[in-house]
Design a protein around this ligand. Structure first.
Ligand code: BGC
Length: 332
């Protein structure tokens, strides 16, 4: 009987030890929280997972189906309670995410923003596009394509996320210099739901028979507008300037439905995000921050840069995709 008890004792000890060593395995689990499901975020995921493999650490990447602020808050809270060692988040609402981000920081979990910022939070760095400047570049490109005259509809996936607001502000500032261009109301917002984006573009075409162009603020907005334009038989009559490059963009640019797109470097947001979080844990916060760029206010902002992609330089961007190991069915 005694030896039977001993076996049980050992078994329980093994289970408890196993659980704790399981926790030790969590020592280096990082969380990357995106904004919606789609090919843009697949690339961020690939970057984060590649970094995880290189560093031999665990990475969880999660995206809500569509824009979902409560889900983002809940996810960060869960990751905090699970003892994640670092979090990279793309806040769909910069203010609503202040409190979970600050809670993570309070608990000693390095937390950074990627893709879109939450500057009023305690996040340590922002890694992503300079969205205001990128929006201006899009506006200038649009003005050039329209020859300084025409009616433009803006389609976006968010009226709260900072990247969307900054891109639109930059775009509008660039357009203001061209009094012949009118931006129509209202802004078409689909809350990162692709089917809704197509519907909104179709309605805009019906309500504005004299529309000349769409500005697609998020990755799926350009292709969604292109679908609506094609279905309305207006290919060649309506111009599209979009953001990002996905496989779909490549076909649509080649087909002449999208005139130009502002390609972000989202692979780096995932890849550098995980690498920086890990360095904060391993090398320490001070040493890591010393090696990172700061703006004039001392804030750690890592601008990943953009490329303007059109039919003329598609080949160059395909090379970048290949370099990152991003699958595409399109080829020239
Ligand atoms: C934006 C992301 C957004 C994505 C949607 C990108 O342009 O940077 O914030 O979630 O589009 O696919």
């Amino acid at each position: 009987m005694k030896s039977f008890l001993k076996v049980w004792f050992l078994l329980i000890a093994f289970i408890v030890f196993g659980l704790f060593s399981g926790c030790a395995g969590e020592e280096s689990r990082y969380g990357v929280l995106g904004k919606s499901v789609g090919p843009y975020w697949d690339v961020v995921k690939k970057g984060a997972e590649d970094a995880g493999k290189e560093l031999d650490v665990k990475v969880t990447v999660f995206m809500p189906q569509k824009e979902d602020i409560p889900r983002q808050i809940e996810t960060i809270e869960t990751w905090i309670s699970m003892g994640y060692k670092g979090i990279a988040v793309a806040p769909s609402d910069p203010e609503a995410l202040v409190s979970p981000i600050n809670l993570a920081i309070e608990k000693g979990i390095p937390t950074i923003t990627i893709d879109t910022d939450s500057p009023n939070s305690e996040r340590i760095c922002y890694i992503g596009t300079d969205n205001y400047t990128a929006g201006r570049v899009a506006g200038e490109k649009m003005a050039e394509i329209l020859g300084g005259k025409g009616k433009v509809a803006i389609a976006t996936g968010s009226l709260t996320a900072m990247n969307s607001l900054e891109r639109m502000r930059g775009f509008e500032d660039a357009i203001k210099k061209h009094p012949g261009i009118e931006i129509i109301e209202p802004i078409l917002c689909d809350n990162e739901e692709t089917s809704r984006a197509v519907e909104l573009a179709e309605t805009a075409l019906l309500n504005n028979p004299d529309l000349d162009a769409f500005f697609g603020v998020y990755a799926f907005n350009g292709p969604s507008a292109a679908k609506a334009v094609k279905a309305a038989g207006k290919k060649g009559k309506i111009h599209i300037v979009s953001f990002d490059v996905t496989d779909e963009h490549l076909y649509l640019i080649d087909e002449g439905l999208i005139d130009a797109t502002i390609a972000q470097k989202q692979y780096l947001m995932g890849y550098e995000g995980v690498k920086i979080l890990h360095s904060m844990n391993k090398k320490g916060m001070e040493e890591t921050l010393d090696s990172l760029p700061k703006n004039k206010d001392g804030d750690c902002i890592i601008d990943t840069g953009v490329d303007v992609v059109s039919r003329e330089n598609l080949e160059g961007y395909l090379k970048i995709m290949d370099q990152w190991g991003i699958a595409h069915t399109f080829s020239l």
